[in-house]
Design a protein around this ligand. Structure first.
Ligand code: FES
Length: 615
């Protein structure tokens, strides 16, 4: 329903976002456009939404200035000032004006200047007095661009012009004429942004004329059977000559099934998708392009090129417009790839004067630090702990995974000593990365884990946390803390638990990451407190509890308000590249602006790592 009460056909969507994310960001990350000209900074007062259920939402002074008391009573609020801390039902009015800019990423306003343009022209028919060629006739009508045309266009041009009575739409990518379509097709300007992750791939269909996301969908990368991380996939290509072709094929089938899904969902003909942008790490990019990734996996870790060539979308297995083009993001290094360049674009790392730290938490963790002048980046091998790998009860963030944990060491009677948030509200089956970080952070907080990461002895536990002590058990030789017991009689081995070894795994992972950012801080002569914002990116980082991340030292010791879930910034960067050629140039400029710091050969690395192991 629009603010004035006019009915519009509703389309219902359920989206899941990290707690604390604003309704505005939650919507824009999930392809739901909300009006805005300030990019979510609370100043334009356009992002009006109605919270229809989920409880009371605080009223800000901006809301008071924007809405009548009756509207406030009805739940109207500015979407960029409503933080989703629990399930909310929100109605989003349709856009009233056609935007000239789109809000993308972390409050970035992108002025629409897509590489893809369409121009409708009505041409004079050729006569004996006017024997200009068909191409000149067309290009003369589009005076402001120096167009070139390839053979594909020339083969169609004469027929299409005559069949359409010389009323045609020129389809232009940069300055190349890629097609001529009969009639006026200017309203159909579609492109797809892909976040090509090692684990999950996300596709967003965009109308590049308005910046509106039309459909978003995600699926697991079909390369999974070759291994969960980039190293195992690179190894697969080293051991089997046919693996590269099969991995390329798997990337193609993933991208193509996502493309099919978003087009179907939005009711868009795939032949009207003229461009795709792909943000992936260096290995995913190489594999999608069929480039041998072996040099990425062995020292000195060299890419074949930091700037992948522009290719036809059909060359990476996509069936879209026959001349549709695929743009791949450039990369800073073998382990700070195009996904991170896209993330930097989406977070404006190069445009902000604040000191900001960007951390994409995953098996390979990428870290970027900017003090407003200098930008440094590095990569830290964190291992599989955050993805649930090498963790006894570890699992991916899927139904049944414990993702939030709070403990109360003084709980009495029927009050729960351990409260679990389980994805899908089903019985707990395992522990995902954010649950692992929460579990360790909570046990550190109440003193059941000491600073060295050791579970305290049973006697001490009874004194420190009487309500929790009976959850300490042994499985074989190993001490564990029981998080969920299916039945009161269940044997510890049948429970969901955190083991002493799991704690060690997390210690190593967090030490790798905190060594990375602490050495970057040191290089710029900065202290923890100088960092004004920490952006936690990626499908895992975004769901981490900031308080837990601070408590275990995964991020600098800062007030939690300075720690922000950044969402799928790689996908957002890919959208920006499709919406603006200037942003695309910005991505390339980052290659010059960012200095890559190799940590592994630093003499002080080991000492710093050991220092960072403790909680
Ligand atoms: Fe401008 Fe919310 S987006 S006020």
């Amino acid at each position: 329903r629009a603010e004035d009460g006019t009915a519009v056909p509703p389309s219902q969507r359920g989206v899941r976002v990290p707690p604390g994310v604003t309704v505005f960001d939650a919507a824009s990350w999930n392809g739901i456009a909300i009006d805005s000209t300030c990019g979510g900074h609370g100043t334009c007062h356009k992002c009006k939404v109605q919270v229809t259920s989920g409880g009371e939402v605080p009223v800000t002074r901006h809301d008071v200035r924007t809405f009548t008391p009756a509207q406030l009573e009805d739940g109207w609020r500015l979407g960029c000032l409503v933080h989703a801390t629990r399930d909310l039902a929100v109605e989003v009015p349709p856009l009233t004006t056609r935007p000239k800019a789109a809000t993308v990423g972390i409050g970035r306003q992108v002025i629409l200047r897509p590489a893809l343009q369409k121009r409708y022209v009505e041409l004079d028919e050729a006569t004996l007095a006017d024997q200009r060629t068909d191409l000149v006739r067309l290009t003369d009508a589009i005076e402001d661009l120096e167009l070139t045309a390839d053979l594909h266009v020339l083969r169609r041009l004469s027929t299409v012009l005559r069949e359409a009575d010389f009323k045609v739409t020129a389809v232009i990518l940069d300055e190349s004429l890629i097609d001529v379509e009969p009639g006026d097709t200017t309203a159909a300007r579609y492109a797809i942004a892909f976040d090509l992750g090692t684990t999950t791939v996300v596709g967003t269909l965009l109308d590049v004329g308005t910046g509106t996301p039309m459909a978003v969908t995600s699926m697991l990368n079909a390369q999974q059977p070759f291994g969960g991380d980039v190293i195992t996939r690179i190894s697969a290509t080293m051991m089997d000559d046919e693996a590269l072709g099969r991995l390329q094929q798997a990337a193609a089938s993933t991208l193509s099934s996502l493309a099919g899904q978003v087009c179907r969902e939005a009711g868009v003909d795939p032949a009207q998708v003229y461009e795709v942008a792909v943000a992936g790490n260096a290995t995913m990019t190489a594999l999608a392009l069929g480039i041998d990734p072996e040099p990425l996996g062995v020292a000195p870790f060299v890419m074949s090129s930091s700037q992948p060539p522009s290719v036809l979308a059909s060359e990476i297995g996509l069936t879209l417009h026959p001349r549709a083009r695929a743009y791949f993001f450039p990369a800073l290094g073998a382990y700070v790839g195009g996904d991170i360049v896209a993330g930097m674009l989406a977070t404006g790392m190069d445009r902000d004067k604040r000191t900001r730290l960007f951390i994409d938490v995953g098996t390979n963790c990428e870290i970027v630090l900017s003090d407003g002048e200098t930008i440094l980046s590095t990569a830290a091998p964190a291992g599989p702990a955050f993805e649930g790998g090498a963790i006894r009860c570890g699992m991916r963030a899927a139904d049944g995974a414990i993702e939030v944990i709070t403990v109360d060491p003084t709980a009495l009677g029927d009050d729960p000593a351990v409260t679990l948030g389980v994805i899908g509200d089903v019985e707990a089956k395992g522990l995902c990365g954010s649950g692992l970080v929460d579990a360790v952070a909570e046990l550190v907080r109440v003193g059941l884990l000491d600073a060295t990461g050791r579970l305290v002895p049973d006697e001490a536990a009874k004194e420190i946390a009487p309500a929790l002590a009976d959850r300490l058990a042994r499985i074989g030789e190993e001490r564990v803390f029981i998080l969920h017991r299916p039945t009161p009689e269940s044997d510890p081995a049948e429970c969901v638990y955190l083991s002493q070894r799991d704690v060690r795994e997390l210690q190593f992972a967090k030490a790798a990451i905190s060594t990375g950012w602490s050495l970057l801080l040191e290089q710029l002569g900065l202290e923890h407190r100088d960092v004004q914002q920490v952006l936690l990116a990626g499908s895992f980082g975004s769901y981490l509890s900031p308080a837990s991340a601070v408590r275990i030292g995964l991020v600098p010791q800062l007030p939690v308000l300075r720690i922000v879930a950044a969402g799928n910034v790689a996908g957002e960067g890919a959208k920006m590249a499709l919406l603006s050629v200037r942003e695309r140039a910005g991505a390339l400029a980052l290659l010059e602006e960012v200095t890559y710091v190799e940590l592994s050969d630093r003499p002080d690395f080991n000492d710093a790592f050991v220092e960072q192991l403790s909680f």
